[in-house]
Design a protein. Structure first.
Length: 283
């Protein structure tokens, strides 16, 4: 390399954006290529670092989902590391790599996906380590989801060989309430509620559901000529049924259908409540 050639941060960043390679790899490529951008790309390609960019149009529908809480059970995180095939997703090394990313997230109290990608994993950033996996495995691999819950108590649950993760925020933090939270997380995994309770359902969703059931009633030949107030009353009944089936605390508890989730929580602790939840699933 010529002693007069200077590699700027902007050039390094541009090469990184184009190739997906790590910052230090990009700097080395430019140094070795005497600052020539195209030669630097060729250098990285020869080293396998261009794989991420070359595979950017490939879909990553498989992957590993990890849900985990901090030791004090006050914060829970979910991450999804996506890949292209279930062969890779089921590989023990790939699962362990995803676990290592989660450990970094927990250790550094990470609050966003971007923050996690720039956090240190061993001697490099998480982003660079993922690119190393791309070069090694030959598939598109990237972090697609990051979810976080902070609450007095948080329970975590992983379902179906790392294909789904659930977090449940609680207003209590004891061994019994966290265990109840884990049971509720299993409920959420199975029943996929839209909100904690009726009050937490968005106005937009309520209006959409009301419009759907109202149209269904109006299109029923048996309802032809019926007054609007009757149609409205029937629509509200159907909407209440929607809340019962699709909001968490109103659902029948999967382990004991004779009581609702709210009633189960009350049996554990009279004041125990779910404050929020997150459910992430592959596909």
């Amino acid at each position: 390399m010529s002693t007069t050639t200077t590699i700027t941060a902007a050039e390094i960043n541009k090469l990184r954006q184009v190739t997906g390679a790590g910052m230090m790899d990009c700097r080395k490529a430019l140094v070795e290529s005497d600052g020539d951008f195209e030669k630097a790309i060729d250098y990285l390609r020869k080293k396998g670092q261009k794989v991420a960019a070359l595979r950017s149009d490939r879909e990553a529908k498989e992957g590993v989902i990890i849900a985990k809480t901090t030791d004090n059970k006050k914060t829970g995180l979910i991450i999804t590391l996506a890949c292209e095939t279930d062969f890779v997703a089921k590989n023990a090394e790939f699962v362990a790599f995803t676990q290592s990313i989660m450990d970094v997230a927990i250790k550094n109290n990470v609050k966003s996906l971007d923050e996690l990608l720039s956090a240190k994993l061993e001697n490099a950033t998480v982003s660079d380590k993922i690119n190393d996996q791309v070069a090694k495995i030959g598939e598109k691999i990237h972090l697609t989801r990051f979810e976080r819950i902070d609450a007095e108590g948080v329970a975590a649950y992983i379902h179906g060989a790392y294909r789904m993760g659930v977090l449940v925020g609680l207003n209590k933090n004891t061994e019994a309430t966290i265990e109840a939270g884990r049971e509720v997380a299993m409920q959420i995994a199975a029943m996929n509620p839209v909100a904690v309770d009726q009050d937490a359902v968005s106005p937009e969703m309520i209006e959409r559901e009301k419009a759907i059931v109202t149209d269904q009633i109006r299109n029923d030949p048996k309802m032809a000529g019926k007054p609007n107030d009757m149609i409205e009353k029937i629509a509200m009944g159907k909407l209440n049924a929607f809340f019962k089936e699709n909001t968490l605390t109103a659902q029948a508890f999967v382990k004991d259908a004779s009581k609702t989730v709210a009633e189960h929580l009350k049996s554990v602790d009279p004041s125990l409540k779910v404050t929020s939840f997150k459910r992430v699933q592959l596909g």
